[in-house]
Design a protein around this ligand. Structure first.
Ligand code: COA
Ligand code: AMP
Length: 629
């Protein structure tokens, strides 16, 4: 069967399609039906089933006699460490950690925050939570204490599991002071913390609250998997929205298992036992779905890579990992390839390695520019597959389904809608518009299994953020078009989310931080195009009348403030002081026009602008920091 047949098969009988995919999962109680639409437009899948994620990702492979198969390859060029963990060892490690958590009172439904670098223990912590039905929320290490505090207050974890440090090129990022600061700031306090001490930084433990990872598990009895309801939240993953308050995307247990398992063969074309590598971070959705869960659910070997595409030690690292571990499919963000291409434009380092095992390169997380795709294709000699998805969906909305049929690649398009997704382009009036025309990208409800059923403790926000603009549809927040052949093109966000090195960030959240500076009266942040990171935030600051502080000092303080409040990952390094911001007569800041000016693109003078001269002032200010040339 080709893609068309599979997609039409799903369209003809969506519930039948997913019930059949559900046969790949080990159920404690099989679902009696697929979709529960009694609360439409809120939907749930496999709600009456009982199942355990950890069983499906780990134990069942051991029970089937494959305990010796490698589950996790840990490869850390930044520390020099390398280690393989078999499914059998993983089961034992996870059962022990889960036992220790349970012994301390963590039970089904309790939240556990995980704040860890790219080490296998991060996956073990996630799986240990899944084993006992606790709901984990992994927080990316590049976020500052304040961001961690916001998440602690939102999900009120009973426990926080953290590493003592992460390691960035040239510096050790001590997590413990950030963790202590976050707990201090938060009004909700965890009962206890578990700290994995790393050689590069030993953390001071708070007596009575903090436990060292190994001591915590000493002498504790391992525990078995606890079956949970199909609609039980497997995890919460916070992602950027339009304000400083991140959205807690909820991942439902059963749909997650069914959908992710389906993708491993049908989209990524890997078979059980093969090595799959997602070069991302466990703090992002790509890390949740494709470093941890999907490869393990499908019985693959996953790679936990603690390093960067360049500089650890060079732009050949990815090729070394692919050769050494016989990686069949690599998944990363286009930024990683732009970094490699910049460091080794001729791809000379590729020639030092045998990459014949690699079948496909998958890219997602941000727009894949044609130059990067073409470079990767020509240097690697394998198909380069752009695919499009979001934290909210947990797996691809559009892709080229390599395990079903390798469709012709159209560079600039993440290809076609996956089964489960009825993707439509809508005009301002909410009606579908013809092929080739630009509009808002929306998905007809219900979304498929595994996608978010709601936001954590924020059902109203879920409805107003995603389901209200276009009744009957999920609003993706992306704009684009579909061509005559059904290929999608993702052009821009319709909100203030920007994408910096594949990391999703909110300019609104940065504006909130800038506005808190005592000398800033008004501000705006835009995402300007960047050749390496895709986009970079640029801030515009209007200072209070009578401020005596030099502009340069205010800019420097604002740059530090964003780093301190949001974290280094925001990559907020450029800001300018301007007299006024360009606005419409109704007071809306013309951010889209400012982006065009920064990028030196042509733009139409907005008809509603209150004073066109301001745009010249913006251009001059941008030129002082290297934009708008
Ligand atoms: N913990 C602490 N700090 C972190 C961090 C982490 N886990 N990850 C990144 N940071 C810091 C970086 O050290 C950097 O700090 P600096 O301002 O002091 O230099 C800052 O956050 C910005 O990081 P990043 O945007 O990643 O830029 P970079 O210059 O360090 O690296 C790339 C550039 C392209 C090599 C890097 O972005 C990369 O590997 N991207 C791959 C994309 C990816 O994995 N995306 C995930 C979604 S699929
Ligand atoms: P995240 O939730 O961090 O995965 O970010 C999701 C957003 O990243 C999407 O809404 C898009 O704006 C963008 N994105 C992800 N994948 C792609 C892609 N293949 N092409 C263009 N944009 C993408």
């Amino acid at each position: 069967m080709g893609y068309r047949d599979v997609y039409e098969g799903w369209q003809a009988d969506p519930e039948g399609f997913w019930m059949s995919a559900a046969e790949a999962i080990d159920w404690d109680t099989a679902p009696s039906k697929a979709l529960d639409d009694t609360r439409a437009p809120l939907y749930e899948w496999f709600a009456d089933a009982r199942v355990n994620t950890c069983w499906n990702a780990v134990d069942r492979h051991v029970e089937a006699g494959r305990g010796d198969r490698v589950a996790i390859i840990y490869d850390s060029p930044i520390t020099g460490a390398k280690r393989n963990i078999s499914y059998g060892e993983l089961r034992d490690n996870v059962a022990r950690l889960a036992g220790a958590l349970a012994a301390r009172g963590v039970t089904k439904g309790d939240r556990v925050i995980i704040y860890m670098p790219m080490v296998p223990e991060a996956l073990e912590a996630m799986l240990a939570c899944a084993r006992i039905g606790a709901i984990h929320s992994v927080v990316f290490g590049g976020f500052a204490a304040n961001e961690l505090a916001v998440r602690i207050d939102d999900c009120a974890p009973k426990c926080i599991i953290a590493g003592s440090c992460g390691i960035e090129p040239g510096r050790v990022v001590e997590y413990k002071p950030l963790l202590d600061g976050a707990i201090e700031m938060a009004s909700s306090k965890p009962e206890f913390c578990v700290i994995l001490q790393r050689e590069e930084a030993q953390a001071d433990l708070v007596e009575g609250r903090d436990h060292e990872w190994h001591a915590f598990q000493d002498g504790v009895a391992p525990v078995d998997c606890v079956p949970v309801e199909g609609n039980h939240p497997a995890y919460i993953l916070y992602t950027s929205g339009t304000t400083g308050q991140p959205k807690g995307v909820v991942r439902p247990t059963a749909g997650h298992l069914v959908a992710l398992h389906w993708t491993m063969k049908n989209i990524y074309n890997v078979d059980p036992g093969e090595v799959f590598w997602a070069a991302s971070d466990v703090g992002w959705v790509v890390g949740h779905s494709y470093i941890c869960y999907a490869p393990l659910i499908a019985g693959n070997t996953t790679v936990v890579f603690e390093g960067k595409p360049i500089g650890t030690p060079d732009a050949g690292t990815f090729w070394r990992v692919i050769e050494e571990h016989d990686v069949k499919a690599l998944f990363t963000a286009p930024t990683a390839f732009r970094a490699i291409k910049r460091a080794d434009p001729g791809g000379d380092l590729i020639k030092d390695y045998d990459l014949t095992g690699l079948r496909t390169l998958f890219l997602a997380g941000e727009r894949a520019d044609p130059d990067t795709i073409e470079w990767a294709q020509s240097k690697l000699g394998v198909p380069v597959i752009d695919h499009w998805w979001q934290t909210e969906t947990g797996f691809a909305i559009a892709s080229n389904p390599m395990g079903i049929e390798a469709l012709p690649v159209k560079i600039g398009s993440p290809s076609v809608a996956m089964p489960g997704y009825d993707v439509q382009i809508l005009g301002d009036d909410g009606h579908p518009i013809p092929a080739g025309e630009l509009g808002a990208i929306a998905v007809k409800l219900p979304l498929p299994p595994g996608t978010l059923p709601t936001l954590w403790n924020a059902e109203e926000r879920f409805v107003s953020s995603y389901l209200t603009t276009f009744p009957g549809y999920y609003e993706t927040g992306d704009a684009g078009m579909i061509d005559e052949d059904g290929y999608l093109y993702i052009m821009a966000r319709t909100d203030d989310v920007i994408n910096v090195a594949g990391h999703r960030l909110s300019t609104g959240a940065m504006e909130e931080v800038l506005a808190s500076h005592p000398d800033v009266a008004e501000c705006a942040v835009i995402g300007a195009t960047d050749a390496l990171k895709g986009q970079l935030p640029v801030g515009f600051l209007c200072t209070n009348a009578g401020t005596s502080k030099p502009d340069g000092d205010i800019v420097a303080e604002c740059v530090s403030l964003v780093r301190e409040k949001i974290g280094p990952v925001a990559a907020f390094k450029h800001a300018v002081v301007v007299d006024r911001l360009p606005k419409t007569r109704s007071g809306k800041i013309l951010r889209a026009t400012m982006v065009k000016i920064a990028d030196s693109d042509s733009y139409k003078m907005p008809a509603t602008i209150d004073d066109p001269v301001i745009l010249d002032e913006i251009k001059e200010a941008l030129q002082t920091i290297g934009y708008a040339n």
